[in-house]
Design a protein around this ligand. Structure first.
Ligand code: HXC
Length: 258
């Protein structure tokens, strides 16, 4: 039914597998739209009480937005790209059923942002998180500047957004970014176990808890809009063209500050 997603339903839990392993499950536009559609449908399906999102293969959860789609973007197109991603990720965050990210490897850029939009995160030992956009001459656009602060605080969020360095699973656990680390062969079993501990409760109560927790951050909605503006403006610079080209040409970028 979907081009880039595999879905499996078992015992009231829907597992959504992002399936572009050749590109480390990078989120192209179509995948983002499919993901939003899948969550909206799952929300209305009485056979589904909880959702797991994971990546195909052992190496990567999601290695970010698809960098190939950044080539030649105008500011308006870049803003639109950030907007559709933020909308999809807010659909996940506002889902009335619990959504858990089973992070099976790289969760970088849009991948980290996707994991952060989920209500819970379990990572395998080799998982790595991070917001490496700065290396491409751009910034996060799917809510990463806002949600990383929410989870790990401004001090560490600033460091990781500005250095672009990866956050190991161990540090992610210590910073409060994830709920658990498990050996990779136990990732899905532990995810199901945690979801089962939740979905045994009333779905009405679960939705009420999720709505209530989300409302803590409602006052900060302006930051998401600001991220879209800044993401769009990045695409007016030569440095973003250089950063994106350098990644695709597998070389180091030379930023000139223009
Ligand atoms: C497109 C990607 C990709 C991505 C990897 N690939 N990440 N393609 N978009 N985000 C592709 C590579 O080009 C390569 O394709 C194949 O996947 C395997 O990747 P390698 O780089 O060869 O693997 P490896 O050397 O193991 O390095 C893994 C990696 C690296 C460290 C994860 O791939 C990497 O740095 N990826 C980019 C991470 C990143 O910058 N993410 C943020 C994107 S911006 P070929 O065809 O060469 O085999 C973002 C912004 C979100 O997410 C907001 C938007 C609005």
């Amino acid at each position: 039914m979907y081009t880039n997603l595999i879905t499996e339903l078992s015992n009231y839990i829907l597992t959504i597998i992002i399936n572009r392993p050749k590109y480390l499950n990078a989120l192209n536009r179509q995948t983002v739209l499919e993901l939003e559609d899948c969550i909206l449908k799952a929300q209305e399906n009485n056979l589904i009480k909880g959702i797991i999102i994971t990546g195909s293969g052992e190496k990567s959860f999601v290695a970010g937005a698809d960098i190939k789609e950044f080539i030649g973007l105008s500011e308006t197109e870049a803003r639109y790209l950030a907007h559709i991603g933020q909308s999809a990720f807010k659909t996940i965050e506002n889902c009335k059923k619990p959504v858990l990210a089973a992070v099976n490897g790289f969760a970088l850029g849009g991948g980290c942002e996707l994991a952060m939009a989920c209500h819970l995160r379990i990572a395998s030992e080799h998982a790595e998180f991070g917001q490496p956009e700065v290396k491409l001459g751009i910034i996060a656009g799917y809510g990463g500047t806002q949600r990383l602060i929410q989870y790990i605080g401004k001090t560490k969020a600033t460091e990781y957004h500005l250095t672009g360095k990866n956050i190991s699973a161990e540090n992610a656990l210590n910073f409060g970014l994830i709920n658990y680390i498990v050996p990779k062969d136990q990732l899905i079993a532990k995810s199901i176990e945690l979801l089962n501990d939740i979905i045994k409760h009333s779905p009405i109560t679960i939705s009420a808890v999720l709505r209530s927790l989300n409302s803590f951050y409602d006052i900060n909605e302006k930051g998401f809009e600001s991220e879209i503006n800044e993401f769009g403006k990045c695409f007016l610079t030569n440095d973003s063209k250089e950063g994106i080209a350098a990644f695709l040409e597998k070389r180091k970028p030379i930023f000139k500050g223009n």
